[in-house]
Structures are given as structure tokens and as C-alpha cells.
Write a protein that binds this ligand. Sequence first.
Ligand code: SF4
Ligand code: SF4
Length: 177
Amino acid sequence: MANMIQKNASDLDAKFRYEITSKVGAKSLLKCIQCGVCSSGCTVTEYVDMQPHRVVASCLLGLREEVLSSQAIWTCSLCHRCTERCPKNVDYSFILALLRNLSVNEGRIPKEYSGTVVTIYDNGFVVPYTGGLKDNIDRRRNRMSLPQIIPPELDEIRYIIEATGLADIAKKKKEGD
Ligand code: SF4
Ligand code: SF4
């Protein structure tokens, strides 16, 4: 059974739903009928602390803190199955991306994500392509007759990470850990 959340009405954020709908427009969560189809087909439903239909309900109820601090918004694999199956055309995966942005704006970002940003900033790759790891990767690719990896333009990658503010967020997170 899901954990019960008890809150006073005065602790609810009545504007939260509008904060979301003002950004997602026609993909509005307001059309949700709580049928649960999104959750029944979700590819990570067993691993989240709040299933998709509960996240939508929580947004509608104004449970801002619970939604933005949930791991559900980060565990989603963005496979878009919920969006494809929703009978009311609620674009949950799009809403979820927005919830991640709201969460990041408040400095809440899992260290796995901020760590990945740092790795990409340093190397241009999600996985470091240097030293012994690089030798291993190259050896295996040679064995499979795959072409050599062309290193990305690091300056361009760093420019994007800095211009979007991602660098500051990742740095702050690192300092706070
Ligand atoms: S499938 Fe759509 S209508 Fe049904 S609970 Fe999920 S978001 Fe709401
Ligand atoms: S997009 Fe996310 S929430 Fe939707 S079905 Fe896929 S994993 Fe589940």
C-alpha cells in the first residue's frame, strides 16, 4: 500500500498545477482522469517511489515539495510509453522533463546526473575516454574492426555546458556533497 501523505490545506501549493500548465500548454495535466494506464505500462513502475498517475495527482493537489523531491522524476527512462498510451493525451513524459527542470532550478539534482555533466565537461564523453580505459576501448574496437573514435570538439561541448548554466549547477552540487 502506498504511503499516506497528511497535510494541512494551507501547506499545499495551489499554484503548482498552473506553474506546470503555463509551461506545457495543451499537454496539460488538467485532463487527467486518474485511470492509471500510464502507471500500468510504465517501464520503471516497480522502481519509483511515486507512480506516474500519483505524480500527476500530486501536481494537481499542490504537493510541490513531495513531487520535486521524489526520485520518481529522475528514475523515469523517458521511454514515452505513458504519453503514447494516455487516453486523455496527457503528455506525462513531457511534464516530467519540466519537473526535472523545476527541481534543478532549486538545486536538486541527483549526484549521478551532476557527475555525468562533470565527466562530459572534462572528457567530452559520458564515460572517460582516457588512459587505461581508452586503451581497452581501442583494443576492443580494433578486434571488432570498428573505426577509431573521433574525439569531440571539447571547446564546443564546454561552451554549451557553460552557456546553459549546467556547469554552475554541477559545480555547486559537487561542493555541497
Ligand atoms: S494515463 Fe493519462 S489520464 Fe490516465 S492516469 Fe495517466 S495521465 Fe491520467
Ligand atoms: S516515460 Fe517515464 S514515466 Fe513514462 S512510461 Fe516511460 S519510464 Fe514510465
